[in-house]
Write a protein that binds this ligand. Structure first.
Ligand SMILES: Cc1cc2nc3c(=O)[nH]c(=O)nc-3n(C[C@H](O)[C@H](O)[C@H](O)COP(=O)(O)OP(=O)(O)OC[C@H]3O[C@@H](n4cnc5c(N)ncnc54)[C@H](O)[C@@H]3O)c2cc1C
Ligand SMILES: NC(=O)c1ccc[n+]([C@@H]2O[C@H](COP(=O)([O-])OP(=O)(O)OC[C@H]3O[C@@H](n4cnc5c(N)ncnc54)[C@H](O)[C@@H]3O)[C@@H](O)[C@H]2O)c1
Length: 495
């Protein structure tokens, strides 16, 4: 038995003869796994996490953080250029080397010493290697050298293994060794010409970033840009990308891809059209990291998304948890909402419910109860850091209609608010509020415009709190802030 642990926490766990034993074992130390472990420790239980790459996961090193760093400098520059007085002080162009250097720092130079030290400081044991479930409450960890350590969980095992980029079955694509979100986030040089397959969140953000960094970007957006958002969101991002010099091709479907000896990528569309690029980014969604974690031992299908109940216990194909209810799945891997903040919210619920079940405390799995993640169904906030920013929460008008709800849609031009005009000369933006007419509450909210990200949380609170509109009327936005959009939307509704 080889213990590839770090830290004092590992040494304080009981070691029995068969395995290192903890109350809880978490597979995957991304933001979600880390938060489950933290919550479990705060509840007084012992916990080990298993990580095969870097503690902090995709978000810290190849997703949220580095991509936002790639976008931020250009956004700050755009903002300054739009305000007279500041504009005149901007005398140079974006410093690409400085942007990449800052990104490196934001990604902690792809080292996890800081996060590993944090785990140790709060008493979480870390085992490095690939985690696999071998039996009920048993996990084996295989490290890089092939040594195997057996872990046993007294109460629960949590799968928080996240996702990887999905490569669609396009002839020649794999052989070109395309960029995925990882290479786009961690690039050390900016390609002259970048083709992007996809029109979702990753494609839109990376097209925005690389256009600003100097690439000539072509977006092959088969299903349009941000197809799941309100239509005005995709329209505005498309217009801004085009204005910045990118080519955006809604409806363009890739038939085949190949890379030349000199590195040039040749893309053939289903129309027969031919596009050349120096690099190609595939941003067509995610696939769960469940292929090699022992799902077969539980009668589940390796490589599948994990279905969970209200307290995030994994459900087998017959809709029940494995005997004993010891297996949970949180974060991207359960496919409820592929966002860090939502996964961390699930992590808090999972950590707390495991502690409650272990200590005999009552479990509150009612809607909005402490041990459920109800907001996943009703109020998932998301900010897409494009130009303009798209900030949304809850349902779109189309989704509300599809759900058969009796709704009213209120639109307002964000550019006409006094706060917007002060923020930026010629501020352009749009707001949409979806009202449930039977309950007189907000069920959806979308903003498109510069710096709308920080306005979103008010809408999330209104939706989660189910605040009646006639009470919301008394939440007076300060003048002259962009938040006065709330007043204008309520007035338009009829207050
Ligand atoms: C380009 C990009 C940008 C994004 N930007 C944002 C954003 O701005 N805001 C936002 O909220 N979300 C964003 N997301 C989504 C966000 O990254 C994910 O929702 C989040 O990382 C999910 O966290 P997780 O812990 O579930 O999984 P992950 O972060 O994927 O972590 C899972 C961890 O498990 C480890 N692991 C997997 N299998 C095993 C195994 N068998 N044994 C041991 N370890 C294993 C992995 O190495 C990894 O460290 C972005 C995603 C992408 C791709
Ligand atoms: N700022 C943020 O919050 C942020 C940023 C990036 C990613 N994320 C998260 O990461 C997840 C993954 O993002 P993503 O952009 O990879 O996925 P996505 O699901 O948002 O978009 C994938 C897009 O690819 C298109 N597509 C699928 N197959 C295709 C094919 N064969 N050819 C052409 N187009 C195809 C789809 O129409 C879709 O628009 C998202 O769910 C998102 O929540 C969040």
């Amino acid at each position: 038995m080889t213990a590839h642990t770090t830290g004092t926490a590992a040494r304080t766990a009981d070691a029995d003869t068969a395995a290192h034993t903890y109350d809880v074992v978490v597979i995957g130390a991304g933001p979600v796994g880390e938060n489950v472990a933290d919550r479990v420790v705060h509840g007084g239980l012992s916990v080990a996490v298993v990580e095969r790459e870097l503690v902090g996961g995709e978000c810290s090193y190849w997703a949220c953080m580095p991509t936002k760093a790639l976008l931020r400098s250009a956004a700050a520059l755009r903002a300054a250029r739009r305000v007279p007085g500041a504009r005149e002080a901007v005398t140079g162009d974006l410093d690409v080397t400085a942007v990449l250097r800052r990104r490196d720092s934001v990604a902690s130079h792809w080292k996890d010493d800081g996060q590993a030290a944090w785990l140790d400081s709060v008493g979480i044991a870390l085992y490095r290697g690939q985690g696999r479930i071998t039996a009920e409450r048993r996990v084996e960890v295989t490290d890089e050298a092939g040594s195997v350590t057996s872990l046993a969980a007294r109460h629960a095992v949590v799968i928080a293994t996240g996702t990887s980029a999905l490569l669609p079955d396009i002839p020649g694509l794999r052989e070109t060794v395309p960029w995925t979100s990882r290479e786009a986030a961690a690039a050390t040089a900016v390609p002259g010409r970048l083709a992007v397959i996809g029109g979702g969140v990753v494609a839109s953000e990376m097209a925005t970033a690389y256009t600003a960094l100097g690439s000539s970007v072509t977006v092959l957006a088969r299903d349009g840009v941000l197809p799941h958002a309100e239509p005005f969101a995709g329209e505005r991002v498309t217009a801004a990308l085009r204005e910045a010099g990118a080519s955006v091709r809604p409806g363009a479907q890739t038939e085949a891809v190949k890379r030349d000896g000199d590195g040039t990528v040749h893309i053939t569309l289903t129309t027969g059209e031919h596009i050349e690029a120096d690099e190609i980014l595939v941003a067509t969604g995610r696939t769960p990291n469940t292929r090699d974690i022992g799902l077969d031992t539980l009668g589940l299908t390796p490589g599948s998304w994990l279905t969970v109940d209200d307290t995030l216990r994994v459900l087998t194909d017959n809709g029940t948890p494995p005997a004993g209810g010891w297996l949970y799945a949180a974060g991207d891997v359960n496919h409820r909402a592929l966002l860090t903040h939502q996964g961390k919210y699930q992590a808090r619920a999972v950590g707390d419910v495991i502690v409650a079940r272990a200590t005999g405390e009552p479990v509150d799995d009612s809607p909005w109860g402490r041990h459920t993640a109800t907001a996943d169904e009703r109020a998932v906030p998301q900010v897409v850091f494009t130009e303009p920013e798209i900030a949304s929460v809850g349902l779109t008008a189309a989704a509300a209609q599809a759900a058969g709800l009796h709704t009213r849609v209120i639109d307002y031009d964000l550019g006409t608010i006094a706060g917007s005009a002060l923020h930026t000369d010629g501020y352009q933006g749009h707001a949409r509020m979806i009202i449930d007419e039977d309950r007189h509450t907000i069920i959806g909210f979308t903003l498109a415009g510069p710096d709308t990200a920080e306005l979103l949380h008010a809408a999330t609170i209104a939706i989660v709190g189910e605040i009646p509109l006639n009470r919301l009327w008394h939440a007076v936005p300060a003048f002259p802030t962009i938040s006065e959009i709330w007043l204008r939307l309520l007035e338009t509704y009829g207050h």
